[in-house]
Design a protein around this ligand. Structure first.
Ligand SMILES: Cc1ncc(COP(=O)(O)O)c(C=O)c1O
Length: 388
């Protein structure tokens, strides 16, 4: 008998829940579990807020014309190759539903929703595990080719979240040419944080028949609450997506904000410069720290392993008690052994976090006796690649 896939959401970043779990009195925290642009939303949004409010009685455009305009003006994407989404999350689920693949390979650890969307669309999932001994490097081409032969679709996040490494753009294009009958779904939610991002992104490439590129505006412009994202692909695929999609999914304010964002070039440049400086600085500082193993970042967040004690909860509790919150990554398959992620913030806040990390002292007796981290997620329909 077919069992329903386990469709619970696997996200993190709920400070209140962790405070309760770890018996820390509730307080305000500096939240390093989020990985949004640390400058916050571009100032123009606040400046135009009352004008935006005036428009809320109107229905928005059916397909999010303001979002399409953003991608056309910033990345040169023609409207026929573009579909807007209520955040890229909506498009992850739409892609899985519409493409109708039977079996997908998913690089693991990565953003959980590729797996959930595939399972909900009735597909089987093959996890392709990455390992810490080589900084979670992607498998070599030959190994990827062997894996692709056994599936209909491959999901890739570039940069990958939470490991932070960047799958080669040339390799995606080569694989897509070698396997024209397979789908390559590439999530570039964090690509704008990279230096020279337009050269490194697939958004600016001529769309191939079998490659779909997803992007988010919520991360780089720090507008997670507005929900803004896009999908770029060949005209034939985009029109299939449009046929299956609900109208008016992009609310009118978000749509208008998207068209304002294309004029924010100073903010874009300033953000990339500052983020990249913090990325290098925090990485170096973490490398020098006893009991923390950081992995090389490429975007605005960094994956680390906690090695000073045998339980990440010790660090979480210490930081929470001092008003700092980080992303516990133990609910990502493959990251159960005390991995955590930090999203970079402004320099003073990063310094505060670093000095708290450095001041950690192992408890003499362990107040955290309970086995409190949630078990890793597994589900009907999910297989580890090397188990098959
Ligand atoms: C890799 C990745 N892709 C996509 C998303 C979804 O972003 P949004 O729906 O806000 O565009 C996230 C959110 O955390 C993410 O980490």
């Amino acid at each position: 008998m077919m069992t329903e896939p386990d469709s619970k959401y696997i996200h993190g970043g709920v400070p209140k829940a962790d405070m309760q779990r770890l018996d820390v009195a509730e307080r305000r925290v500096l939240d390093f579990s989020v990985n949004l642009n640390f400058f916050g939303p571009p100032p123009i949004i606040k400046e135009k807020w009352s004008e935006l409010f005036e428009t809320i009685e109107q229905y928005p455009s059916v397909e999010g014309d303001g979002v399409a305009q953003y991608y056309q003006s910033v990345c040169g994407v023609p409207h026929r190759n573009f579909l807007a989404g209520n955040g890229s999350t909506e498009l992850i689920y739409l892609a899985a539903r519409v493409l109708g693949y039977k079996r997908a390979a998913i690089i693991t650890p990565s953003f959980h929703d590729y797996e959930r969307a595939s399972l909900l669309a009735g597909a089987e999932v093959l996890r392709c595990p990455l390992f810490p001994h080589n900084d979670f490097a992607f498998p070599p081409k030959e190994q990827l080719m062997e894996m692709i032969k056994n599936v209909d679709a491959l999901w890739i996040a570039r940069p990958n979240n939470p490991t932070g490494n960047l799958f080669s753009k040339t390799l995606v294009l080569e694989l897509a040419d070698q396997f024209p009958e397979k789908w390559f779904i590439v999530d570039e939610a964090f690509v704008q944080f990279l230096d020279d991002w337009k050269e490194r992104s697939l958004l600016t490439e001529n769309p191939k028949n079998n490659v779909l590129v997803l992007n988010s505006l919520t991360k780089f412009y720090a507008v997670a609450g507005l929900r803004l994202g896009g999908m770029v692909g060949h005209e034939s695929v985009i029109s299939r997506m449009k046929h299956a999609k609900e109208p008016w999914a992009i609310n009118g304010i978000a749509d208008r904000v998207a068209s304002l964002l294309s004029g924010c070039t100073d903010y874009d440049e300033k953000s990339r410069l500052a983020m990249n400086a913090e990325k290098e600085r925090v990485f170096e500082a973490l490398k020098d720290m006893d009991g923390i193993l950081p992995f090389p970042p490429s975007a605005n967040y960094i994956l680390c392993q906690w090695r000073k004690t045998d339980n990440l909860d010790h660090l979480l509790a210490h930081l929470l008690t001092n008003g700092v919150y980080i992303r516990d990554c133990r609910n990502f398959p493959g990251l159960e052994k005390n991995y955590f992620r930090l999203g970079f913030r402004i320099p003073e806040e990063n310094d505060r976090m670093l000095s708290l990390m450095a001041s950690f002292e192992a408890p003499r007796s362990d107040p955290l006796q309970r086995a409190i981290s949630s078990p890793p997620y597994t589900s009907e329909g999910v297989f580890l690649l090397n188990e098959r």
